[in-house]
Design a protein around this ligand. Structure first.
Ligand code: GLU
Length: 289
């Protein structure tokens, strides 16, 4: 670990020197100055990155004006910094659950850091570094609801998002629930408030952020009975194995130098929940499925 961190620092220094002599401005590192491809090449040559994040998930990825904030945003900044790109040179792009793979495949974004569960189906299309956090699917209900878990959803109206793993799980494992799908979870909240749906389902950490929002204070509760494992990855082009390995190296460094904990403490940790351990033995091998 220590060796790798030293190597990373040395690499960053080399990068800085190399950049002084180059003004490449082409995609994916094909310009002058570096023969590296993928995100490593783009970061070296252009000194900027386009990163997809969520815009409506408090504590994780929340847009206010032109600013984005949250744990995912901080993780994205750590990755960009490790690649030699200043936070000011990140172009943030709002993603919703369903457009993450297409945005990566089409090059609309270089990276996605957006509560993005690593799974085999998605690995057919994109590569994943991470995981940097493990969430679990849960239910958000009205504070006085007696719903206790997904088994109780039969005949009930549940709201979720197209292209998300929670919506797919309801369809496959709880087909008797009446699923309504939108493009973003925040659209489910007024429906829950008005009693037009019985529950909202997605990852517990996302739901907790909504429950804690001022405008919903005291109105909702997270059931607290997670029924899946959602390992959050950093998505990038399927063939960018080097970029993926580099991102995993950056995560390893962030686990040991305190920047992962600082990212948590500045965002989700404000509620008092201590930072989780980033288990670097579980990082992906960056291969395809
Ligand atoms: N982590 C799940 C997923 O990637 C749910 C959260 C989301 O839709 O962003 O589908």
């Amino acid at each position: 670990m220590r060796f790798k961190r030293v190597a990373a620092v040395a690499a960053a220094a080399t990068l800085a020197l190399g950049l002084a002599a180059c003004g490449g401005d082409s995609d994916e590192g094909t310009g002058s100055g570096s023969s590296a491809k993928g995100i490593v090449g783009k970061a070296q040559n252009q000194k900027k990155l386009v990163i997809g994040v969520k815009a409506d998930q408090p504590g994780l990825g929340l847009q206010t004006g032109s600013q984005y904030e949250g744990f995912d945003v901080e993780i994205a900044k750590i990755i960009a910094k490790g690649l030699g790109v200043d936070a000011n040179n990140i172009e943030w792009k709002t993603t919703v659950s369903a457009n993450r793979e297409p945005f990566i495949e089409q090059g609309t974004v270089d990276l996605v850091v957006a509560t993005y569960t690593i799974n085999d189906e998605r690995k057919q299309k994109v590569n994943f570094a991470g995981p940097y956090y493990i969430a679990g699917q849960d239910l958000l209900v009205k504070a006085d609801s007696t719903l206790t878990g997904p088994e109780a959803l039969e005949g009930k109206k549940v709201c979720s998002v197209q292209g998300s793993t929670p919506a797919k799980r309801i369809e496959s494992d709880y087909p008797k629930a009446q699923l309504q799908q939108f493009d973003a979870y925040s659209k489910c909240l007024p429906l829950l408030e008005q009693g037009k749906v019985d529950a909202v389902t997605t990852d517990d950490i996302i739901l907790a952020g909504y429950a804690a929002q001022d405008q919903f204070a005291g109105k909702f509760k997270v059931v607290g009975n997670p029924f899946s494992s959602e390992p959050y990855g950093i998505g990038l082009k399927k063939d960018d194995k080097d970029g993926c390995e580099k991102v995993n190296d950056i995560l390893k460094a962030a686990a040991s130098d305190g920047s992962y904990k600082a990212a948590w403490d500045a965002t989700l940790g404000k509620s008092g929940t201590p930072a989780p351990e980033l288990d670097t033995t579980k990082l992906t091998n960056c291969g395809s499925v």
